[in-house]
Design a protein around this ligand. Structure first.
Ligand SMILES: [Fe+2]
Length: 242
């Protein structure tokens, strides 16, 4: 198990803490640990996890993350599981060290690569669209690293093929949903950007069809057609809708 770039959130403080947690868990793998040493590592792990979760929760609050409560629940559940493992160990003096290591490392990797990435995605798509700093031609540069992350989750066996397809679809739709498309020229530009993603092989043909359909379902094309005075734009839309 290695530290991999899909675990990077881009927030230095959080990345450093994740790496520390990862290293602490890996240190459990050392062979000749006696009970006192194991106990020390586990205690440190609990303290550091409590500290990290509180920092992460502070961060999620600062960006007004909409899923903060769900995320907190996951943290709480993990902590109580970890505490009950330690409690058992202290009581019995024995520990299935390898099983514990696998449980911790898998939890951490899955959590960072999937759950923590959700607030990263939330922040990046909210910011870019809100500030209106995004131009349609920038879309491939914003989208491809996020899709790549999902691809890597599949290749690292962190998610199944079904979840992989669902995650890509969900990400793309959430991304495009944030654009306020209130006229035909914006609609054309966004559809063009979908085609560009397909041409650059960032998304598949099926995905491009699906997102285009979704995008059109979100807006009232008829109303925009009535408002539009530019004939050329109207013709272009009619062609796109075919
Ligand atoms: Fe987290």
């Amino acid at each position: 198990m290695e530290w991999n770039k899909i675990y990077i959130t881009g927030i230095k403080e959080i990345d450093d803490q994740h790496k520390e947690l990862f290293d602490t868990i890996v240190s459990l793998k050392k062979i000749d640990l006696n009970n006192v040493e194991i106990s020390k590592i586990l205690k440190y792990l609990v303290d550091y996890t409590v500290f990290h979760f509180s920092k992460e929760e502070e961060y999620m609050k600062s960006i007004n993350y909409s899923e903060i409560n769900e995320h907190k629940k996951i943290h709480d559940r993990f902590l109580s599981e970890l505490q009950s493992i330690i409690f058992k160990f202290e009581k019995q003096g024995t520990l299935a060290k390898h099983e514990l290591y696998l449980f911790l490392i898998k939890w951490l990797q899955g959590h960072i690569a999937i759950e923590d990435q959700k607030y990263v995605e939330f922040k990046s798509s909210h910011e870019t669209v809100k500030k209106n700093t995004i131009s349609f031609s920038d879309i491939p540069y914003i989208i491809s690293p996020q899709l790549l992350r999902i691809d890597m989750m599949l290749s690292d066996n962190l998610i199944s093929k079904d979840i992989f397809i669902h995650k890509r679809d969900h990400y793309l739709k959430t991304f495009y949903k944030k654009f306020k498309i209130d006229n035909l020229s914006k609609l054309i530009k966004s559809i063009d950007s979908i085609h560009q993603l397909k041409t650059e092989e960032i998304i598949s043909k099926d995905e491009s069809i699906e997102i285009q359909k979704y995008l059109i379902s979100l807006v009232n094309v008829e109303e925009m057609m009535n408002k539009e005075t530019d004939r050329e734009i109207k013709t272009k839309i009619l062609k796109l809708m075919l």
